[in-house]
Design a protein around this ligand. Structure first.
Ligand code: NAD
Length: 478
């Protein structure tokens, strides 16, 4: 099996150590072998990005637009193949994998246009004879560090704006999903970008991610991952005044009021809590349900959950693919046990299920009789495990929804305009959904949260410019 190499200064570079990328639907299936960058190679990648940065910043918006457009076009043309690779290495269903690959292509197309729209401002000065120009410039070399759960979309929504606004990139993907990162790099490498502008280094975060955080040539770090790693990124970057942006965990509430349409509320809960095997930062892990509809909602939800097909991510008809790996599965099982010990009632699921091929399959779990003081409602599990919290009215629902260290996404199912308006206003989350799942967002609008979920400017859409550019104010005496 050929080894997939790192991409540094325009060259594919091997290393003395490679790891196998394992399919979580079938652990006998090796997706590929991926070279692990050494610290020396990381240094070379940073050096390449640093050396290329002045030229790329001056390259002009037409060239940047064309490169990004070419990348987007190829991703969209190969979405089936890229989606299949993604599902094979990560475990989300094929429909979800192809959807994510499509999203990545759309993001590159969007930022191809944004490269042309980097507008500034022209103002009169308060001093006669002077004019003031405000412009946006590239920040410099940027380290992009990403998690495994959206292995092509998250890199796309960081890399595309970084390149669009004239920054160079060193990209370090998650250990579990190098395949999508490598395929994306292969496409970027053939898009016409100059050598050194984009670099890929694969390997463990503590070993090769950490040195980039402390490297003075890296001017900014865009990170998505766990809250624990986010704190490390924040500490290192703030110590040397480097710009950083963090997208981290969630414990997202879905409020279900008694005037919801029951079918839609159940669909929102199943989609939000269990699709993508619950491995989404925007997953609805806390279902906050008004007392008078609680029993009907729970009964309908359990019935729907029992009908979910758990199986090979690539098989037709699969609703829920495997958990990403043994570590994540162990964590999910530990939390199911914690929930029971805390006194919650496990109504369905939570256990490992066997399939024809060896994989990390788990039946989606639903707890009832839970409250916000329990660990299962306070800590991010990141698996197919959800809890129901019964409340007496919207006041109590609102309190519970906001009573969390996180603030990424929050949803409400109701037919009352008044309740929806209040929820949108009082929710402390960065993204609020009415009669829609907490997960599932558009790519042309801002994405991000509050409190422990996010730090720094928003990602995606036009707002991405705030992180990937720096503002210059120029005065001219006329
Ligand atoms: P993780 O924090 O373990 O790893 C994320 C990335 O950081 C990986 O590339 C990893 O190698 C790297 N890393 C680890 N230690 C590092 C260090 N010391 N220095 C530099 N880099 C280091 O997260 P994960 O398990 O890959 O992803 C799951 C987490 O991601 C969940 O908490 C989830 O909520 C979060 N997530 C958040 C969003 C969002 O937008 N808010 C989106 C997706 C996932």
């Amino acid at each position: 099996m050929s080894v997939h190499k790192n991409f540094i200064a325009g060259e594919w570079i091997g290393s003395s150590y490679q790891v196998a990328n394992i399919n979580p639907s079938d652990t006998n299936d090796i997706v590929g072998e991926y070279a692990q960058a050494s610290r020396g190679q990381v240094n070379q990648a940073v050096d390449a990005a640093y050396t290329a940065s002045a030229g790329w910043a001056r390259s002009g918006i037409q060239q940047r637009c064309e490169c990004l457009d070419a990348i987007g076009t190829e991703i969209l043309a190969r979405k089936q193949e890229l989606g299949t690779l993604l599902s094979r290495e990560e475990g989300k269903t094929l429909v979800e994998g192809i959807g994510e690959a499509t999203r990545a292509g759309q993001i590159f197309k969007f930022f191809a246009g944004e490269a042309l729209r980097n507008v500034g401002e022209l103002l009169p000065s308060v001093r006669p004879g002077l004019g003031v120009e405000i412009s946006r410039e590239a920040v410099g070399p940027i380290a992009i560090i990403t998690p495994w759960n959206f292995p092509i979309a998250i890199p796309a929504w960081k890399i595309a704006p970084a390149l669009a606004f004239g920054n160079t990139v060193v990209f370090k993907p998650a250990e579990l999903t190098p395949g999508s990162a490598w395929a994306l790099t292969d496409i970027i490498a053939r898009s016409g970008i100059p050598e050194g502008v984009f670099n890929l280094v694969m390997g463990p975060g503590a070993e090769i991610g950490a040195p980039m955080l402390n490297d003075r040539r890296i001017r900014a770090v865009s990170f998505t991952g766990s809250t624990r790693t986010g704190r490390i990124v924040a500490g290192a970057c703030s110590a040397r005044n480097a710009r950083y942006q963090l997208e981290m965990g969630g414990k997202n509430p879905l409020v279900v009021l008694n005037d919801c349409g029951l079918d839609n509320a159940v669909n929102c809960a199943v989609n939000g809590a269990f699709f993508s095997t619950g491995q989404r930062c925007t997953a609805s892990s806390r279902l906050i349900v008004e007392e008078s509809i609680h029993d009907a909602f729970v009964a309908a939800l359990v019935q729907k959950m029992e009908g979910l097909v758990i199986g090979d991510a690539l098989a037709e008809g699969t609703d829920i693919g495997p958990v990403a790996d043994q570590t994540q599965l162990n964590k999910n099982l530990k939390y199911v046990q914690i929930g029971k010990e805390e006194g919650a009632e496990l109504l369905t699921g939570g256990e490992v299920v066997e399939r024809e091929k060896p994989g990390f399959y788990q039946k989606p779990a639903l707890f009832i009789d839970t409250d916000n003081s329990m660990r299962i409602n306070k800590e991010e599990i990141f698996g197919p495990v959800a809890s129901v919290i019964k409340v007496s009215d919207l006041d109590e629902a609102m309190h519970n929804a906001n009573d969390t260290q996180f603030g990424l996404s929050a949803g409400i199912c109701t037919s009352s305009l008044r309740s929806a308006a209040r929820f949108k206003q009082e929710s402390q989350a960065g993204m609020v959904m009415v009669n829609a799942p907490t997960a599932g967002v558009d790519y042309h609008v801002p994405f991000g949260g509050t409190k422990g979920s996010s730090f720094g400017p928003r990602e995606q859409g036009g707002y991405a410019r705030d992180f990937y550019t720096t503002v210059k104010t120029a005065y001219t005496q006329t």
